[in-house]
Design a protein around this ligand. Structure first.
Ligand code: UDP
Ligand code: MG
Length: 315
């Protein structure tokens, strides 16, 4: 097997035929040595049935069905573990990442690169809010993280077996796949593209999921937020000192100190600071806890491969 295409899918039944059309066209030059791995991430619609139907006209299709919804990054990991190719491309099911870029990515890899990642220079059909928060997220993440994570890259990339095996050897549960590839190193290069609007269906990343994703990314790639507590402590000591000076002044000048309003404000401010630092610590402790439990990332409930043969799985 030379080429694997890995696509995580949650409730994407409507798009699977179009997706496979576009993917089949893109992999045509490597037709006999290519596979398409679709991971059904615990969908509640007919995604798995759509994958089974598609096997009739798409012989190199591999279906992996997870036992429950595990989220985009884990579904992607499951697909990467099932992939057998020497080169592996990953993309979203909604065709926001154009599969037609595969040819260019392959040529760049031929020049000796281990990873060719897509960089979105434009995002069509996404709300101003999503674009603004994404923009902010990549900049904040880079300010925090010790490894540079390329701005505006998603999970759309072509990687070779060496790099993939390195990333799959990382056992962490909180998976921020694009950061893990950045951390792995090797020779990487970006290719710019403009991100299309979602073909059909709705985004599977509501604000809550986006926030989770961002917190996962930052806590996986930086411990700087933990050190924020120390800085906040110094800052609040500084502010208290200024207040003390002010109170001393007014005692001397007016023989009276200002009353309850400033007390309430100060209590509010300092309890805010304390809760914030507690919350940050809680995020890391929660992560330690899930890592320590060391549960498997996912379970595969069904796997379909053509021609039928016992599934060979590396782990
Ligand atoms: N996805 C998934 N499991 C989830 C959420 C999303 O497998 O719990 C898949 C989804 O089917 C899609 C990809 O992850 O292929 C990216 O999701 P989406 O396009 O909704 O995110 P957006 O592009 O809006 O950020
Ligand atoms: Mg999308």
């Amino acid at each position: 097997m030379f080429l694997s295409i890995v696509v995580p899918c949650m409730n994407e039944e409507d798009i699977i035929p179009t997706l496979l059309d576009r993917l089949s066209a893109a992999i045509a030059p490597w037709q006999d040595a290519a596979e398409i791995v679709l991971v059904d991430d615990g969908s509640s619609d007919g995604t798995w049935e759509a994958i089974q139907d598609a096997r009739l006209f798409c012989p190199n299709l591999v279906g992996v069905r997870l036992s429950a919804n595990r989220g985009h990054q884990i579904a992607l990991t499951a697909g990467l573990e099932a992939a057998q190719g020497e080169r592996i491309m990953m993309l979203d099911a909604d065709l926001q990442d154009p599969p037609e870029l595969l040819g260019d990515m392959m040529r760049m890899m031929d020049q000796g690169y281990d990873v060719v990642y897509g960089r979105r220079i434009e995002r069509q059909g996404e709300s101003l809010f999503k674009r603004a928060t994404a923009h902010l997220f990549y900049r904040l993440l880079n300010a925090l993280s010790d490894v540079p994570i390329p701005h505006d890259t998603g999970d759309f990339r072509l990687v070779n077996r060496k790099t993939l095996d390195a990333v799959l050897a990382m056992p962490e549960r909180a998976r921020f796949v694009r950061g893990m590839f950045a951390w792995a190193g090797f020779r990487q290069i970006g290719i710019e593209y403009s991100r299309a609007p979602r073909e059909t269906g709705e985004t599977k990343y509501p604000f809550r999921a986006m926030l989770r994703f961002a917190i996962d990314a930052m806590t996986s790639f930086s411990t700087k937020p933990l050190k924020l507590a120390t800085r906040l402590a110094f800052a609040s000591l500084g502010i208290t000192a200024l207040m003390a000076i002010y109170v001393a002044y007014s005692l001397i000048l007016y023989q009276t100190a200002p009353g309850w309003a400033s007390v309430v404000l100060a209590i509010g401010f300092f309890s805010g600071v304390q809760l914030l630092t507690l919350g940050i610590m809680g995020e890391y402790i929660g992560r330690l806890y899930t890592e320590a439990k060391n549960r498997p990332l996912y379970f595969v409930s069904e796997e379909s491969r053509e021609p039928p043969k016992p599934a060979v799985r590396k782990s």
